[in-house]
Ligand binder design. Structure first.
Ligand code: KG4
Ligand code: ZN
Length: 362
């Protein structure tokens, strides 16, 4: 048997990115050998992802994307030791394309296939770039579909502290972008617009955030963004009625972002303090928002101590990609896990290793 570290091919097709990557290594000593991401631009026309179109686009893209990832890693398919594929959560038709492809390829190569939870992938993404972004840490997952605050004692041991009660953070960014007349997906456009002004003339109240909240109240860590989105809607209508939207657009973007970011940053800092964590890891598309990363660092150092480090992935690894799936798959492979031929795709599924009840030191 060769001493070379295992090499995992990752496949991601849960939404509107067809992606493949190769990651090799052992434990937390891993190497990203290649990453190919093909984004389906067509959904921009519709202002959101159209599931049927997404599935068909994955079907035509998946074979060339995998081939390209293998070529970029300068290896052969026969050098791959296992395949990790996102099998939940996401659009079922889109997920099925990746799952069916991975199972067929695994069977033809005679290698194991592992189903990976998309959100567990987001938790591993930062570690590919920052060797210190490993447990124990506080995690804030902020994507288009999910917003979760977790305490991660070890890989595979995830304590859910709080989550959004309605819209995900990325969803709120996308909806506000639409209200402001910006393209889809709108998060980075809102951020760019917000950066044009030093501070906002418009202050929105901080959702689910007030000083009276105590550890033990669900509201201490939980979040909610739909009220903020509605407040922005009313402010936009008001500006339109005064023919002042063009002049106030950047202030609205900034006011919205400031409110959302302050809630996320404060709750994340509270979690780090409650569990005595010295590292905070951000994941998901919204983690590429630089105002969020700065605010989390500032709040955490203020509340939990100057030594707290914040690690966020680069935009390429923050948004959906197969490198994070390969990395999470490598962890599960090393634990001896394998998914059988009955591996299926699911629109929703709890994060594996999730523990619900919080037990903090504070
Ligand atoms: O993780 P992701 O790529 O896909 C999901 O799993 O949902 O996250 C996509 C989300 C979108 O809502 C997008 O608008 C948001 O991430 N996003 C941002 C930024 N870049 C992407 N939100 C705020 N600021 C950004 N710079
Ligand atoms: Zn995602």
């Amino acid at each position: 048997m060769s001493d070379a570290p295992p090499r995992v091919l990752g496949i991601e097709s849960s939404c509107d990115e067809t992606s493949a990557a190769i990651v090799s290594g052992r434990c937390d000593d891993t190497r990203l050998e290649s990453l190919v991401i093909l984004s389906q631009d067509i959904h921009r026309i519709f202002g959101g992802v159209v599931p049927e179109i997404a599935s068909r686009a994955h079907l035509t893209a998946i074979a060339p994307v995998v081939r390209e990832a293998v070529a970029e890693a300068d290896c052969l398919l026969s050098d791959v030791d296992a395949i990790a594929v996102t099998n939940a959560p996401g659009l079922v038709g889109a997920l099925l394309v990746g799952v069916a492809f991975a199972k067929s390829l695994g069977a033809s190569l005679g290698i194991p296939v592992l189903g990976v939870h998309h959100l567990e992938g987001h938790l591993f993404a930062t570690a590919l770039e920052h060797p210190a972004a490993v447990p124990p840490f506080t995690a804030l997952l902020v994507s288009g579909g999910h917003t979760m605050l977790l305490d991660v004692a070890a890989w595979g041991e995830y304590r859910l502290l709080g989550a959004t009660r309605d819209d995900a953070a990325g969803e709120a960014f996308d909806k506000v972008a639409k209200l402001l007349g910006l393209p889809y997906p709108g998060g980075r456009h809102v951020e760019a617009l917000a950066r044009q002004v030093d501070g906002s003339r418009i202050r929105f109240s901080r959702p689910m955030l007030h000083g009276g909240q105590q550890l033990g109240d669900a509201a201490y860590f939980d979040m909610s963004f739909s009220g903020l989105k509605t407040a922005v809607l009313h402010a936009v209508r008001d500006a339109e009625s005064r023919h002042a939207l063009d002049e106030e657009r950047a202030h609205l973007a900034r006011g919205f972002q400031d409110a959302l970011v302050e809630t996320l940053a404060t709750k994340t800092a509270r979690a780090a303090l409650a569990f005595g964590r010295e590292r905070i890891v951000l994941g998901g598309g919204v983690a590429s928002n630089t105002a969020l990363v700065a605010a989390v660092g500032e709040r955490a150092r203020h509340l939990a101590g100057a030594h707290v480090e914040v690690h966020a992935p680069s935009p390429r690894l923050a948004s959906d990609n197969a490198a994070m799936i390969a990395r999470a798959g490598l962890f599960r492979l090393e634990r001896g896990e394998r998914s059988g031929p009955s591996l299926n795709a699911f629109a929703t599924q709890p994060l594996p290793g999730l523990v619900a009840a919080p037990s903090a030191n504070a």
